[in-house]
Design a protein around this ligand. Sequence first.
Ligand code: MG
Length: 387
Amino acid sequence: MRIVDVGTAVVRGNFDWVLVKVYTDSGLFGIGEAYWGAGVVSLIHRARDIIVGEEVTNINKCVERMIRGLSGEGSIGGATVTAISGIELALWDCVGKFLETPLYNLFGGKMRDKIRVYVDCHAGDDFTPESYKRKAQERKNEGWDAIKFDIDVPTPYSELKENEKEFWYLPYNRSLSNREIDYLVDIVAAVREGVGRDVDIAIDCHWKYSVKDAIRLLSALEDFDLLWVEDPVPPENVEALLEVQRNVRVPIATGENLYRKYGYRTLIEKQACRIVSPDIPKMGGLSEARKVFDMADVYYMPVAPHNVSSPVGTIAAAHLCAAMPNFLTIEFHAHEVEWWEDMVISDFKPLIRDGYINLPERPGIGLEINEVVVKEHLVEEKNFFKN
Ligand code: MG
């Protein structure tokens, strides 16, 4: 069963969801998804030429060929690896359909029947503790038992300059005052007060703070028993992150901007964080993510995949999560997109119920594209699995 073509369809949700379809000479096809980003679609079309004619079950060989074949396009990371990830997911879907078994069986079978999901809540609507608290309570009332909020936000004490106000989310490279830290602590306190102790709370800092401020802030958050704090310091220096993690009790999570197993090596070997968060349709795909799960497991580190995907990428990732002993929880980032799950046809809906994914039992990823809904939201009208 050989690969004869690869097509893409880009859907505009709260991110651009890059859907991928791999066609074979048997008529069987697989669907996958790549993380969004400049150049990803054209790199998928370049990769097509490298794998057409290849046996679809030879996933490792296809990936190696694409890595070597596309490395001249820029780097063995970034958009190149993201493009390969989308194709890799579609190849696994093909193989699952060919073997007539759900994807989780190809990664060792189920460790668990239900996949825990946490919901990304962004910031509060107006960055006040009351707004955060209200939003947290709404999510709890919807059945979520794990939530994540951004706290790298302006406070009334932030004294942003006029030209910084529009881009407050960019690093502003100065020290957090005591009052700013108190305010951010008040936000987290309000969230905890709003949901009680039965809901897990994660906090995202988007690589914003210096080592000293990260230690001050995370130390001040110790009493709230957070699930994790994400990316407290910039991502380039693992030793700096290690310095923070060694000085605080709060578990740090990181890894959404790393690629392939090599990207995670130093982070995991140095144990510079407590939780690793690979983005599976971005960092290399299911096989590569499995290696990161295993590397982390050597140090007893849980893995909590970052995820901003459509149902295709989300459910594909969930199959791997079902099989991995050290899985913690996976992100859901499309709470505001009402048609998110209408994009696919599945044996059952909702795909996520009370904060958990029940995996489809159909072969492969177990989903079909709902053409009507996908076509309504295409970025370019005519590009429905265009090749
Ligand atoms: Mg993040």
